[in-house]
Design a protein around this ligand. Structure first.
Ligand code: OGA
Ligand code: MN
Length: 303
């Protein structure tokens, strides 16, 4: 049986079956995946029990991979590959972390609506999350369609947002959950960065909001009205009509487009049950402001 794409909603989310992501893929198979990704933004591949090397190899098709530093504390990483971000509640010895563990609190920041790495000058293009162990209940991941949310805004609002630049910072998102214990290295390496509030999604040419818990305020405005605008837009863009909720099974690989979606993890009993997810993150090539200066359509516009 060949590759099959089953939409999960009209224009957001699709399930892909009939493909083995651990094996080398034919050019036609890649074309189906790329096209579905550009159109649906969230792709669910059930039944793909990848190991880390296979996940890295599949992910590299989409571009260069980010490596993740240790944000909270300086303890040794549990996982061998710097390209794999540890999205788990496990300590370096593989045990469930205690309630006092700083890394547990830091990781709970993933339960705020966000897009990955918008706090980096060149943010993420897409992320791929592989479910290795899941809790008996809770721990779903929700995705919000920021292209549909943009389309649904009144024309007047769209005009008001055009050209606004927002400051993003990892310190802003973690401040919201009471985490401030970043080490010096992280403070030096992750200064606040500017990102467009509205951008054009390169894979589809559609306009999209670009929002995250990392978004702090509108540059050039007083702090409070900018914060209020960001909050209002996040609340709007995450109304149920724009959201797909993924209930995980072990072996699912889900990939999402960080340029036109937000996501959040849902709570679970994280001091009792194990949840082990491995993430690869593909970096974009340009900052959002630099990219917008490029003519559209670009030659060979694809991912
Ligand atoms: C992530 C993330 C949420 C979750 O991996 O980037 O935000 O449900 N994950 O684990
Ligand atoms: Mn994330």
């Amino acid at each position: 049986m060949g590759i099959a794409v089953r939409p999960l909603g009209p224009e957001f989310g699709a399930e892909i079956t009939g493909v083995d992501l651990a094996a080398p893929l034919a050019a036609e198979t890649w074309a189906v995946i790329d096209e579905a990704f550009n159109r649906y933004a969230v792709l669910v591949f059930p039944g793909q029990p990848l190991d880390d090397e296979q996940q890295i190899a599949f992910s590299r098709h989409f571009g260069p991979l980010e490596t993740s530093p240790e944000y909270a504390g300086s303890k040794k990483s549990r996982l061998k590959w710097p390209e794999i971000a540890d999205i788990s509640n496990l300590d370096p010895e593989g045990r469930v972390m205690s309630a006092e563990d700083k890394r547990l609190l830091f990781n709970r920041g993933n339960q705020l609506w966000h897009t990955d790495s918008s706090f980096k000058f060149v943010p993420a293009r897409c992320s791929l999350l592989s479910a290795r162990e899941i809790p008996p209940s809770g721990g779903e991941t929700e995705f919000a369609d920021l292209r549909a949310a943009y389309d649904a805004l009144p024309e007047e609002k769209k005009r008001a947002l055009d050209g606004l630049v927002v400051e993003h910072s990892i310190f802003r998102s973690r401040e919201q959950i009471g985490f401030a214990e970043f080490n010096e290295e992280i403070r030096r390496e992750l200064p606040p960065v500017p990102q467009l509030m509205v951008r054009r999604h390169p894979g589809s040419g559609r306009k999209t909001l670009y929002l995250a818990s990392h978004a702090s305020h509108v540059i050039g405005w007083p702090l409070e009205p900018g914060r209020a605008l960001i909050e209002e837009l996040i609340a709007f863009a995450t109304e149920p009509r724009f959201v797909y909720r993924h209930r995980w099974s072990v072996g699912d690989l889900v990939m999402w487009d960080d340029r036109c979606t937000m996501h959040r993890g849902r709570p679970y009993d994280d001091t009792r049950h194990r949840r082990d997810m491995h993430r690869t993150t593909v970096s974009d090539e340009l900052n959002t402001i630099e990219r917008e200066r490029e003519p559209w359509p670009r030659r060979g516009a694809g991912l």
